[in-house]
Design a protein around this ligand. Structure first.
Ligand code: NCD
Length: 304
């Protein structure tokens, strides 16, 4: 039995396989409509979510399965003091697979160690978000036709932004990928990402504070929100939140086939004036999130 806690839990071949399954689901949805009949997904969300939770739920429903769960810690027994380990054991009695989001780094791993069913990390604190990365990879594959030989710019909160950490972990394994990491000094990637992903893989990367300077090189621009909920000081958040605001004039020197991604929710960092630009991919990305989660559920439940 397998869980997905970190994107490194999947080999490149497995990631490519999930993308191929998702593309087949997009082409032949009827073939998959009954694959998870009588199976249940439990969504255990201890932190706010719109896309991730509802895309997991709609993924399971479109596979013919059913969904149970909670969307806030307050309405679960966590508010009475139950541990994640005990909750994981309990939910194993009711469901076939768990998707868990938790503010504490490592909580889904604790759940996986105690559950008797697969656990999917749907975001743990400022750490990882592997299913957002699968979503991002499917989007890049569909936009560009490949996942190798490209320059990926990640812009914004690279310190607390868990989606960036997982994306770097995945894309650093594809040939010919290099990164431009665009952030203010205080929001640079954390040391564990630098050591365990960037330096360990030997991937090419450079850091800059200037989005404009980086723009002409980029094939992918991955914008992120400054993660207010992870700041200790509100004043620091207020000072940093609008460091980058992508407006149409900033795209003047961008490649014509740039793809602009954002895991969403967006706050101010992409002007709505960009939405109509054909290079804006963030709403397509949302839809891809459902298809790749369908593929992942099938894989972890070992449904043929
Ligand atoms: C992201 C997350 O939760 O980390 N959202 C998502 O799952 N699409 C990004 C964010 O909240 O900024």
């Amino acid at each position: 039995m397998r869980s997905l806690i970190d994107i490194a839990d999947l080999s490149v071949e497995e990631i490519d396989g999930l993308i191929a399954t998702a593309e087949d689901i997009i082409a032949n949805p009827d073939k998959y409509a009954e694959k998870c009949r009588r199976r249940k997904l439990a969504t255990l969300f201890y932190e706010p979510s719109t896309r991730t939770r509802l895309s997991f739920e709609s993924a399971m429903l479109e596979l013919g399965g059913q969904v149970i769960g909670f969307s806030e810690a307050q309405s679960s027994s966590a508010s009475k003091g139950e541990s994640v380990a005990d909750t994981a054991r309990v939910i194993s009695c009711f469901a076939d697979i768990i998707a868990m989001r938790h503010p504490m780094e490592g909580a889904p791993r604790v759940a996986a160690m105690n559950a008797s069913i697969p656990v999917i990390n749907a975001g743990d604190g400022g750490h990882n978000h592997p299913t957002q990365t699968l979503t991002d990879l499917l989007t890049i594959k569909r936009e560009k036709g490949r996942l190798d030989h490209m320059t990926v710019g990640c812009c914004g909160d690279l310190k607390f932004g868990r989606t960036v950490h997982s994306l770097l972990g995945a894309m650093s394994r594809y040939e010919g990928v290099d990164f431009v990491l665009i952030s203010p000094e205080e929001l640079k990637v954390p040391e564990h990402v630098r050591a365990d992903i960037l330096n360990a893989s030997g991937v090419q990367y450079r850091e800059t504070e200037s989005l404009l300077e980086a723009m002409p090189q980029l094939d992918i621009l991955y914008m992120t929100r400054v993660q207010r909920e992870r700041f200790i000081s509100e004043a620091d958040y207020v000072r940093l939140k609008d460091t980058y605001i992508l407006t149409p004039d900033k795209l003047t020197n961008a490649k014509p086939d740039l793809s602009i991604l954002h895991p969403l929710p967006r706050v101010n960092e992409i002007s709505v004036a960009i939405d109509a630009d054909p290079r804006a991919c963030y709403f397509k990305q949302v839809l891809n999130g459902k298809f790749i989660r369908m593929a992942l559920i099938l894989m972890l439940l070992e449904v043929q």
